[in-house]
Write a new protein. Structure first.
Ligand code: NAD
Length: 290
């Protein structure tokens, strides 16, 4: 069997077009376009690429993006002050702080300071909590992107035995919550899991988010399973690869996502969707006030 390769780039591109159409309509009706503030500290090359991709997606959709490129030496207090200012600015709809942050900055405190209504990454404990209680508002971009990608591929999730590998706050954990919300029976595996191969071997759907190249062996995959690879790993030769042994897994799975060109573009597209949604939610909230 040879798996259907899920084209995340194409699905994301369609989503960006839909968002653009929505924003064009707003602007034609005299409303303003959404505005995303992107904060980047230092000059990490991978972060610079991610930020550039997000800026390009803003350009494609008509979202105004405002870059705050700060030196790596920026103090936590200075970053706090900027976030407070953006929280208070009515024309800023989304605030994104690109990770990783320099070691002297406490990322947890920074993310907690962002107004949850402008938390377009969906990382704030309030937004993760909303997802946990089945009332999602701004959803973590990568897990939400995975769900949208599976839905666009016509995959019915209800009742599937899903295994998520990785339980980080930003990726694996909200991924498990998304799949639970979608009606899957979810198992979360992590670095202390005793027998990863057995869990993988009985899964209908595997979502890999460990950041370990080759961790998921192709022969572990149950024939016909769906495989989503979130991992992004740079090999010594500079190539990018996922967590799953793609060559063998793609001979056993029914559907599989490639790396690159799978989940990555969906993450950027759902960020755009969240930015538009953040504006709409704040407009609704302000029109409901008397
Ligand atoms: P992380 O390091 O914070 O978390 C890794 C998780 O993997 C942990 O929960 C850990 O317990 C688990 N893990 C590690 N080794 C394991 C093992 N041997 N067996 C089972 N579980 C193991 O990383 P993260 O921020 O969650 O990111 C995970 C991966 O996803 C990275 O490669 C990252 O680059 C990638 N990522 C991709 C996108 C995208 O858009 N495609 C977005 C975010 C992150």
């Amino acid at each position: 069997m040879s798996a259907h390769i899920i084209d995340g780039k194409q699905i994301a591109s369609q989503l960006l077009e839909d968002i653009k159409a929505n924003i064009d309509q707003r602007v034609q009706a005299g409303k303003r376009a959404p505005c995303l503030a992107v904060i980047l500290l230092g000059d990490d090359p991978a972060s610079a690429i991610y930020v550039r991709n997000k800026r390009l997606a803003c350009e494609k959709t008509g979202i105004v993006s405002i870059a705050h490129n700060l030196p790596a030496s920026t103090s936590q207090e200075e970053l706090f002050a900027l976030i407070r200012q953006l929280n208070a600015d009515d024309t800023t709809d989304g605030i994104l702080v690109q990770s990783p942050l320099p070691h002297h900055i406490d990322e947890t405190e920074i993310l907690a300071l962002i107004d949850p209504a402008k938390d377009v990454d969906g990382f704030h404990p309030y937004n993760i909590g909303r997802l946990a209680v089945r009332q999602p508002l701004l959803r973590s971009c990568t897990p939400y992107g995975v769900i949208k990608m599976l839905q666009a591929s016509g995959i019915a999730l209800k009742g599937l035995d899903a295994v998520v590998v990785g339980v980080s706050n930003h990726v694996g954990r909200p991924m498990g919550l998304e799949l639970l919300l979608a009606g899957c029976t979810v198992t979360s595996c992590h670095r202390h899991t005793k027998d990863l191969a057995t869990h993988i071997g009985r899964a209908d759907l595997i979502v890999a988010a460990a950041g370990k190249a080759g961790l998921i062996k192709g022969e572990w995959i149950k024939p016909g399973a769906i495989v989503v690879d979130i991992g992004i790993n740079r090999l010594p030769d500079g190539k990018i690869t996922g967590d799953v042994d793609f060559a063998v897994a793609s001979q056993r799975a029914s559907h599989i996502t490639p790396v690159p060109g799978g989940v990555g573009p969906m993450t950027v597209a759902t960020l755009m969707e969240n930015t538009l949604k953040a504006l709409e939610l704040r407009e609704q909230a302000s029109s409901a006030r008397v």
